[in-house]
Design a protein around this ligand. Structure first.
Ligand code: GLA
Length: 400
């Protein structure tokens, strides 16, 4: 078979479109886990909580700090049930924050926010032309990524709502909950969701999702964290090494909607079955910004079919930054994973004044395949009343 690159990457610029870490304690501290007011009664498991600012609509938001015995820190906010910070040690134990984000909710509500760290949905990724038919009824959604619907739509997408938080009494964990009413963003059914972030002493960040509905509705939830294992805002991710446990990917048209064909990655630049440096085969190699690209995908922005049985936990991806030695493994029960190489990042200013350049971070979004609601052959995303949507993704960190 011919390499898919000529079709995938040389089409017209239509674009716009656990660790089992050495239990070493960090040699030096970055600004992780700044002293913040503690909630609770001072017991050792108390999870620090602080204000994160008011939304434009005047809603208060909070940020919670999870820490583990090895000094790892994860911070999560009620705004969009979003992962804001993640501090990981390098091979010498130096902690650095590896994800893109903002210092307060105003940043997340601003133009620079490209779904940084949020819970994405009700349906993540794209739905062709914002249309689908379910139980004989046609539904129309926002086409916020012309001509398609992207990441749950407009102002009421899950990433833009303030969730309710419940910190755990037993674990370094916070559960966010939200009920999206029938018809919100055009989707049917009252959808009640819970997203739990847990930081374990085995150096895992685990995300558990649950949802129930009172009317059949598509659901596809993911987390949209942007990682740079060298440190957020420290340059590009082109020297990171990526392994994907995927023999196949879902081929797309120029607007990144699946054609329905599942194609083998063999003999293409999408073959990450063995570790490859990301910059080695990326198209538009010399591009310094989105506008320099001549390909329709602008780089990697593909859904890979994770090998093994969907519904069972298995390795989906392994990412390594050779310079710092930081490693992240992603395990999931989802059928797919979107590898997106930060092709729309635009030097926006984030936490602590750091800038996030083009290809300055990457996303590995575990998910059902894009536009599944319009593809009968894809694993179904339809949640029915009486059933519970339940999925887990574990990020395992180490350094070598
Ligand atoms: C996903 C999509 C990309 C882009 C980003 C957000 O990863 O696949 O095309 O929309 O989200 O900018």
């Amino acid at each position: 078979m011919q390499s898919p690159f000529p079709t995938l990457f040389k089409t017209a610029a239509a674009a716009a479109s656990i660790l089992i870490m050495n239990a070493c304690s960090p040699a030096s501290e970055d600004n992780a886990g700044q002293p913040e007011p503690q909630t609770g009664d001072g017991d050792s498991n108390a999870i620090a909580k602080a204000g994160f600012g008011e939304t434009k609509a005047g809603e208060a938001t909070e940020i919670y700090t999870l820490t583990n015995k090895n000094g790892l820190v994860a911070k999560v906010t009620t705004y969009g049930a979003t992962l804001v910070e993640l501090h990981l040690p390098d091979k010498d134990g130096n902690l650095v924050d590896v994800i893109n984000g903002f210092d307060n909710v105003a940043g997340y509500e601003g133009d620079g926010n490209q779904y940084f760290g949020c819970t994405t949905g009700r349906v993540c990724n794209r739905i062709a032309k914002g249309k689908f038919t379910l139980d004989g009824e046609e539904y129309t959604l926002a086409t916020n990524n012309e001509p398609n619907h992207l990441h749950g739509g407009g102002d009421k997408a899950l990433s833009k709502q303030v969730w309710k938080a419940e910190p755990s009494a037993e674990a370094q964990a916070v559960t966010f909950s939200l009920t999206s009413p029938d018809g919100e963003e055009g989707y049917p059914g009252n959808l009640s969701m819970k997203v739990t972030y847990t930081l374990t002493d085995e150096n895992e960040l685990r995300i558990d999702y649950e949802a129930t509905t009172d009317k059949a509705t598509p659901v596809n939830l993911t987390n949209h964290a942007y990682f740079n294992l060298g440190g957020a805002g420290s340059g590009t991710i082109l020297s990171h090494e990526l392994t994907l446990n995927a023999d196949n990917y879902t081929a797309t048209d120029d607007t990144l909607i699946p054609t329905g064909k599942i194609e083998p990655v063999a003999d293409t630049a999408l073959d990450f079955r063995k570790a490859h440096v990301i910059g080695e085969r990326i198209p538009d190699k010399e591009a310094k910004e989105t506008a320099d690209c001549e390909t329709s995908t602008l780089g990697y922005d593909h859904n890979f079919v994770v090998n093994g049985e969907a519904g069972t936990m298995r390795l989906a991806a392994r990412l390594k930054d050779p310079a710092s030695g930081r490693v992240m493994e992603i395990h999931t029960d989802q059928p797919g994973i979107q590898f997106y190489s930060g092709n729309f990042l635009m030097e926006q200013e984030g936490k602590g004044g750091k800038k996030y350049p083009f290809r300055g971070a990457l996303c590995l979004e575990t998910q059902h395949f894009p536009d599944s609601v319009n593809h009968e052959d894809f694993p179904s995303t339809i949640l029915k009343p009486g059933d519970t949507y339940s999925t887990t993704t574990v990020h395992r960190f180490s350094a070598e």
